[in-house]
Design a protein around this ligand. Structure first.
Ligand code: 6GU
Length: 222
């Protein structure tokens, strides 16, 4: 079983995510254990402070190293991979989801406010971002990464589903259709109704290549 510990000051943000759909089912089936840990509980400050004003001046607050240091010391083991969520990190890709699926214990550290004390970077193994935009905190990013990893854990969804999906082989997905055959004149392509599996496979691969070329030429250039 894979264990994912999410270090956050806002555990309530995860309520809907952990109690719905495939993630809930994976937890119920004990395929994954997900723990929310509020690192405020590790603050040695009288008022449980976790952030303070930046040295050198500037606006906003900076997360202090002490609560995060003590929290990580309490939970990390030889099997742990500590990931800091930050817009400065490497961009998370599908191939990273496949790597992280094989780690026994993931620790996802979510920041909030203006940033982390720079020295916190010395406590983590890797830094990840989910894309080139700025979020209010790492929580949504940690849910994105958790979702992408958990769905790849064997038993969570049908194995065959990921073999054909977008980004495997750097190709976008092929289009899918279901009933009815004709909706207000919008028809299902004939070939899909033909029962000729070789033709269907060729048709789908052709569309995948065309669509990736039109929409995501960057994927083909890798
Ligand atoms: Cl991981 N954190 C924040 N705060 N913003 C982001 C991000 C992470 N990834 C993209 N934008």
């Amino acid at each position: 079983m894979i264990r994912i510990d999410i270090l956050t000051l806002f555990p309530e943000m995860f309520d809907g995510f952990l109690s719905s759909s495939i993630i809930k089912r994976a937890i119920d089936k004990k395929l994954v254990e997900i723990n929310l840990i509020n690192f405020r509980d590790y603050s040695k400050d009288l008022h449980h402070k976790v952030d303070d004003t930046p040295y050198g001046g500037g606006c906003g607050m900076v997360l202090m190293i002490q609560p995060i240091y003590d929290c990580l010391n309490a939970i990390r083991t030889d099997d742990s991979l500590v990931i800091m969520l930050t817009p400065d990190g490497d961009t998370f890709k599908q191939r990273d989801a496949y790597h992280l699926r094989d780690v026994k214990h993931l620790i996802l550290l979510c920041g909030h406010y203006e940033g982390f004390d720079e020295r916190i970077r010395n406590l983590v193994d890797i830094e990840l971002s989910i894309g080139d935009y700025v979020l209010t905190g790492g929580e949504v990013a940690s849910m994105v990464i958790t979702d992408a990893v958990v769905r790849l854990v064997p038993g969570v969804i049908e194995e065959e589903s990921h073999l054909l999906e977008s980004f495997n082989n750097n190709l976008l997905d092929f289009p899918q259709y279901t009933k009815p055959r004709d909706f207000n004149g919008m028809k299902v392509p004939e070939v899909l109704l033909s029962g000729d599996h070789k033709k269907i496979r060729e048709y789908r691969e052709k569309i995948q290549r065309e669509r990736t070329f039109e929409r995501r030429r960057d994927l083909l250039e890798r």
